[in-house]
Design a protein around this ligand. Structure first.
Ligand code: GDP
Ligand code: ZN
Length: 461
């Protein structure tokens, strides 16, 4: 494929220790060679692939030294884009990086569009579409578990599974072909339907399994939407603070993304919590007080998890009981806080109200019970779930939609086969399922979709 040479800053904007300007394309090395002077004076074009060079960037027009740099030279196809790639490591400041980029642009490179490096990797066959999307997820990953999922997907886990499913469908189609080619053999017909049903049922079940991971996948990607609830002064802010302190979430700093001030990410034993409306809790002490009971119900409705805090040193109030009613149908954990103070709460009554929900006692002041709370959160999330380790998660909305479509079509195929519909008719549904699954890995997608997907990337990736 013919591509021009693109360049972009591929590290986050702002103050960093180093910044990288990346070039990719046929002319990457020649362009770099025009602006790079090594102490020995040798041309970059004579250097081996996958080598690092120290030197200076010099503007060929003015002979002015622009930067002191380390330069990595990597010739295709063993690069991320499969093209020749040059990475120029320079000092962090924004001004200096921009000057380096400018120099590359005035000497023959074109500014890369967002996602264009990854798009090239895809177009050059280095990665498939689900892997490219994983790169995007990785950039946005908020927790290390989400990052692992994205890494697994980038590594091709999902692609391999989809590949297996498509292979099974192809084998089914081959079987159907035999039947169409040799209709005079009755036993072929007899064989075809059970084999078709069996293979398609396997595919259907695998799709269902994958879809079952999707809610978890979404949570891993976006965090479990969590609300800390309770009367004023029970310890909500204290709880928030101790969760944040002990479970610092990885928040990737990406150029152009402003951090959402009303959400805080924490990572509890691999479970990402997105603590919603924490600014509200911090500022006004109480979500109920601040926005009123009706509207707080609204806020609660979207929550995946409620951390409901009660005061151990106070009697249960009518408001506490009302809050129990409000969250009745939701996933919640009761936290009875301030156990360092004399007990006034009726714990038997709390148990009665909480029913099957977990109750944890804490003294946030003395940092007691936090481990138990974390265990309760992790247990709630992973209960009845297959151990996270080897599972392939789907978390991407596009993949989920396609899997639903594939499930519906393969079910049509199974039903038709069982109803005695002629196999060459059933074949249409099987082929369609094969195509839909292909869209997940980008085998059968149109160019417009590809452009749209890649335009969502950050600049420089
Ligand atoms: P919020 O109004 O629910 O957010 O409650 P805060 O977290 O602001 O806490 C209210 C008060 O209770 C503060 O003075 C905290 O220091 C105190 N507090 C929080 N947790 C405990 C605890 O476990 N024991 C004691 N004795 N005091 C606590
Ligand atoms: Zn508070």
């Amino acid at each position: 494929m013919e591509f021009d040479t693109i360049a972009a800053i591929s590290t986050p904007m702002g103050e960093g220790a180093i910044a990288i300007v990346r070039l990719s394309g046929d002319e990457a090395v020649t362009i770099a060679d025009k602006i790079f002077k090594s102490p020995g004076g040798k041309s970059l074009t004579t250097k081996d692939s996958h080598t690092i060079h120290y030197g200076h960037l010099v503007d060929p027009k003015t002979n002015e030294v622009v930067e002191e740099v380390m330069l990595s030279l990597m010739r295709g196809p063993k690069t991320f884009t499969r093209e020749d790639v040059v990475e120029i490591n320079c000092h962090g400041g924004l001004v200096s990086v921009k000057r380096v980029l400018q120099l590359a642009l005035t000497n023959g490179a074109r500014l890369a569009e967002p996602g264009e490096f990854t798009k090239r990797a895809f177009l050059n066959g280095r990665i498939d579409l689900s892997q490219a999307e994983a790169v995007m997820d990785l950039i946005r990953a908020k927790t290390d578990r989400a990052m692992n999922v994205a890494l697994g997907q980038m590594d091709g886990k999902l692609s391999r599974l989809i590949g297996d499913l498509r292979q099974a469908l192809l084998e089914t189609l081959a079987q159907v072909e035999v039947n169409i080619d040799y209709p005079e053999y009755d036993d072929v017909e007899e064989m075809t339907v059970p084999v078709l049903v069996e293979k398609c049922t396997w595919v259907k079940n695998e799709i269902i399994k994958l879809l079952q991971t999707s809610s978890q996948g979404k949570i891993l990607r976006e965090g479990l939407s969590t609300v800390i609830l309770g009367r004023p002064n029970v310890g909500k802010s204290s709880l928030l603070n101790s969760l944040v302190q002990e479970n610092k979430a990885i928040v990737t700093d990406i150029a152009g993304t402003t951090r959402d001030i009303i959400e805080e990410y924490v990572n509890v034993r691999g479970v990402p919590l997105r603590l919603v409306d924490t600014a509200g809790i911090r500022e006004t002490e109480d979500i109920v007080e601040r926005i009123g009971v009706e509207r707080s119900r609204e806020a609660l409705r979207g929550a995946d998890l409620i951390l409901f805090v009660l005061n151990y040193a106070d009697e249960l109030t009518a408001e506490d009981e009302r809050l129990f009613e409000t969250i009745e149908a939701m996933d919640y954990i009761v936290i009875v806080n301030k156990t360092d103070l004399p007990q006034k709460i009726d714990l038997a009554r709390v148990k009665e109200l909480a029913g099957d929900h977990r109750i944890v006692t804490t003294s946030l002041l003395q940092e007691e019970g936090i481990t138990e709370l974390e265990e309760a959160i992790a247990a709630l999330f992973f209960e009845g779930q297959i151990e996270a380790g080897d599972l392939t998660y789907v978390s991407n909305a596009r993949h989920i939609a396609l899997l639903h479509q594939a499930q519906a079509t393969v079910e049509d195929a199974i039903a038709a086969a069982q109803d005695g519909v002629p196999v060459d008719m059933v074949q249409i549904d099987v082929t369609r399922t094969w195509e839909i699954l292909g869209e997940i890995i980008g085998d059968t997608v149109q160019e417009s979709l590809i452009n749209q997907l890649f335009s969502q990337f950050c600049l420089g990736k």
